[in-house]
Every structure is written in C-alpha cells, then in structure tokens.
Design a protein. Structure first.
Length: 81
C-alpha cells in the first residue's frame, strides 16, 4: 500500500475526528418529532412528516464543511493517506 493515495484532495475543515455524535443527536430529534407528529396525525388527516434538515443545522456540527486543496502547496501532503 505504499503507492496508495487519495484521488481527490478534499478534506474536512477542522480537527474533529467525526460528526457521529452530532448525527446521533440530530436523528434523535427527528425521531422524537416524527413520533409526536404521527401521534397527532390520529386527530388530523393531512400531516407532512419532517426530514433531518428540519430538525438540525449541519453548520453547527463539529466538522464545518469541506475544503478542496487542489492547486495549493498542501495538495501533495493532503493526498497522502
């Protein structure tokens, strides 16, 4: 594997390892809100169920998007695994 490298020099913009906890919290909020709306749907006929984007803001997660290193001096370093 000494010759392996990333084909696209795109990485996360922070030192955080992952967004797993943020995603768990967002999905818990979504399930809680969906269960409540389904329970309320018994009384109503027309209810639109929420999606993840309604319950959380991805910009408040630990990783704040991605950055493309193409054309920069760090491109060679970023390509290494």
């Amino acid at each position: 594997m000494s010759r392996s490298f990333k084909k696209h020099p795109i990485t996360g913009m922070t030192c955080a390892e992952s967004e797993k906890k943020d995603k768990e919290i967002a999905n818990r909020k979504l399930r809680r809100k969906t269960k409540k709306m389904i329970f309320d749907m018994i009384q109503k006929d027309d209810v639109v169920l929420p999606v993840v984007k309604d319950t959380s803001d991805i910009w408040s997660f630990n990783k704040d998007g991605k950055v493309n290193w193409k054309g920069s001096e760090y491109e060679v370093k970023a390509k290494r695994k």
